[in-house]
Design a protein around this ligand. Structure first.
Ligand code: GLU
Length: 431
């Protein structure tokens, strides 16, 4: 039975790198019908915060990585002490007194250490460079390397999949496995994630928290697909891949060795792929709370079919869910936000006559549908002997406040006669 674990320290939010590590553990567990274990590494009492635990759990759930078991290191201090004392008894560790208390330290015997990394291949270490290791600090808390080994062994972890910033810890951990007589698990170190501008992905250079991407309107399945591509390829140049399909193809030994580059443009492309193919009803479900928060709709009293129709109007071009909020505002707003440059460009000229005539035509329509609206508009420009675009752009700006958006006749149809008349009237000069 394959057992893997994701072991975040709750000293910050779950970031892109942590999300990718969680994904590769989770997907490997799914692929091998094993177990995915979550271990909160909260031994540092000062820096660990409950709010970060909550944030990490929330982000993992949003990404869809449900865990089979969860453990907190802060509840296992007795266990770490028990194993440290066993090493003391065996003469493999010694104590050292300080002002604060007594530390337990592991004696390192120089030897060659070999790691057969499932991704990187063979890596040799020289333990002469490894100093004796603190197991339990004088304040009674275990060190990361020691707690990690005791936990991975007692939780029957078969594969340790983590970021390659932990490669240098691995020989120290191997020595501890040997000293404690534990079987050594498989190790798979995931490559670095770089940012496009070079250097490691960091908080200073933009959003790194998974929850930030959620707030910006990325879909969890698009983000998961993107994280997967950061270090693995399904083959045949496929990029958009359903996670259940990926589970069938995935193996940890196929993970890339080379550093990944986080490319926001690529993520945006991916999000658009998911947004435009997702069922409009499902997108509407995601958008309703956002629309309610904006005050565009009342959460418990709105026309759902109307929202679904609007979603279909914009869906094709959305990069994020938030784009929908920015672009569709004119359908909901009482006070239309005008783009001043657009207004100046298209509505400075007096179009009172044209707008009045168009309103008259709309009012006299027996049937109010997109095709009839368009036909009556085409009729009018023909009669006025002007180019369609000479009127399309000004009407669009008057109705939406913007120069771009869905087709004008769809806009008129979904805005309705009332609002269309009202908004065009504002630009009809009286007297
Ligand atoms: N708590 C460690 C981290 O956040 C876990 C390292 C490991 O997976 O062994 O990096």
């Amino acid at each position: 039975m394959i057992r893997v674990r994701f072991a975040p320290s709750p000293t910050g939010n779950l970031h892109i790198g942590g999300g990718r590590t969680a994904l590769f553990n989770w997907i490997y567990a799914q692929a091998k019908k094993g177990k995915f274990i979550l271990r909160i590494e909260d031994t540092d009492k000062e820096r660990s915060k409950q709010e970060f635990v909550d944030e990490i759990l929330g982000s993992l759930q949003w990404l869809g990585f449900n865990w089979d078991e969860v453990y907190y290191q802060s509840k296992r201090f007795d266990l770490y002490r028990e194993y440290a004392e066993r090493l003391l008894k065996d003469g493999k560790a010694y104590t050292e007194k300080t002002e604060k208390g007594e530390a337990i330290i592991f004696k390192v015997t120089p030897q060659a250490i070999q790691l057969n990394d499932l991704i990187r291949g063979k890596i040799e270490f020289d333990s002469t460079t490894i100093k004796d290791q603190v197991l339990i600090k004088s304040d009674g808390t275990p060190t990361y390397n020691f707690a990690c080994v005791v936990d991975d062994a007692t939780m029957d972890i078969t594969h340790v999949i983590r970021g390659d910033d932990h490669i240098s810890n691995t020989p120290k951990q191997i020595l501890l496995y040997q000293a404690l007589g534990f079987p050594i698990p498989g190790f798979a170190h995931l490559p670095l994630i770089l940012q496009k501008e070079g250097g490691r992905l960091s908080k200073r250079t933009g959003a790194t928290a998974i929850s930030d991407y959620r707030k910006m309107g990325y879909l969890s399945n698009a983000l998961v697909n993107y994280l997967l591509l950061l270090s693995w390829a399904p083959g045949e140049n496929r990029e958009v891949i359903d996670i259940n399909e990926a589970v069938k193809l995935f193996d940890v030994t196929d993970v890339n060795k080379t550093a990944a580059t986080f490319d926001l443009n690529k993520l945006n492309w991916m999000n658009n792929q998911y947004l435009k193919t997702q069922d409009a009803e499902g997108l509407t479900d995601l958008l309703i709370p956002l629309l309610a928060e904006k005050g565009y709709i009342a959460q418990d009293n709105f026309d759902r079919n109307y929202v679904v129709s609007l979603v279909k109007l914009f869906q094709e071009r959305l990069t994020t869910l938030n784009d929908f909020l920015d672009w569709s505002d004119f359908f909901f707003a009482k006070d239309l936000q005008m783009d001043p440059a657009a207004e100046k460009k298209y509505l400075s000229k007096d179009l009172s006559r044209e707008f009045s005539l168009f309103i008259e035509r709309l009012d006299s329509l027996k049937q109010f549908d997109i095709a009839t609206i368009e036909a009556s508009f085409r009729d009018l420009v023909k009669e006025l002997n002007i180019e369609a675009k000479a009127l399309i752009h000004p009407i669009r700006v008057a109705l939406t406040g913007k120069t771009i958006g869905p087709g004008l006749f769809e806009v008129i149809y979904y805005l309705g006669k009332e609002k269309t008349r009202e908004r065009l009237n504002k630009f009809i000069r009286k007297g």
